[in-house]
Write a protein that binds this ligand. Structure first.
Ligand SMILES: Nc1nc2c(c(=O)[nH]1)N[C@H]1C(S)=C(S)[C@@H](COP(=O)(O)O)O[C@H]1N2
Ligand SMILES: [Mo]
Length: 169
């Protein structure tokens, strides 16, 4: 009997963990909006999208990485939330991220680049917030420090700076 009960408990736990994540209403941003997530997302705070201010992004799990890039001189420290933490926050469910910049440059980034790599939305360069002139407010930074095989044109072209919006498709 006890074995039957524990089998049942295990099944119940499995059923719970497989239940779809329900939509959450996230708090609205209180500061200037730096990033909007839209598309295949479960959560929202403003009109079916999730708008982030700086504080909301800084609360997410992040990474500090020192590396060389084609766009900076010498070694540079980038910090900001992990893309997968941003995606978890919005309840993203898709295969592709369309990352759009202020200048309407856009890149399609496979979801695997966010889930399988420590890719960050850098908010800071050498500890300072990035101005638009400096490729801010957000710069998609691949872990070039962890994996030199990423150091090529394929990933450079996905390294969008001056990001304003991410659409989950
Ligand atoms: N916002 C924005 N990000 C961008 C681009 C752009 O034009 N605008 N070009 C991309 C491409 S195609 C590449 S190869 C690199 C180009 O970097 P470079 O202009 O320093 O050569 O940045 C990527 N990120
Ligand atoms: Mo490019």
């Amino acid at each position: 009997m006890r074995r039957l009960i524990s089998a049942f408990a295990a099944l119940a736990a499995l059923a719970l963990s497989c239940a779809p994540v329900s939509a959450a209403q996230l708090p609205a941003p209180t500061g200037p909006v730096v990033l909007t997530l839209k598309g295949r997302i479960a959560n929202a705070n403003v009109d079916g999208t999730v708008q982030f201010d700086l504080a909301m992004l800084e609360r997410l799990a992040g990474r500090d990485a020192v590396m060389e890039t084609p766009w900076t001189e010498g070694t540079t420290r980038f910090s900001g939330p992990l893309v997968r933490a941003v995606l978890e926050e919005v309840g993203a469910d898709g295969d592709t991220l369309v990352i759009r910049a202020l200048n309407d440059y856009a890149a399609e980034v496979p979801m695997a680049d966010a889930t399988g790599l420590d890719t960050i939305l850098a908010l800071r360069m050498n500890g300072n917030l990035m101005s638009v002139r400096d490729k801010g407010p957000l710069f998609l930074i691949y872990p070039f420090d962890q994996n030199r095989e990423l150091y090529n044109e394929k990933y450079f072209s996905r390294s969008v700076w001056q990001i304003r919006e991410i659409e989950v498709r």
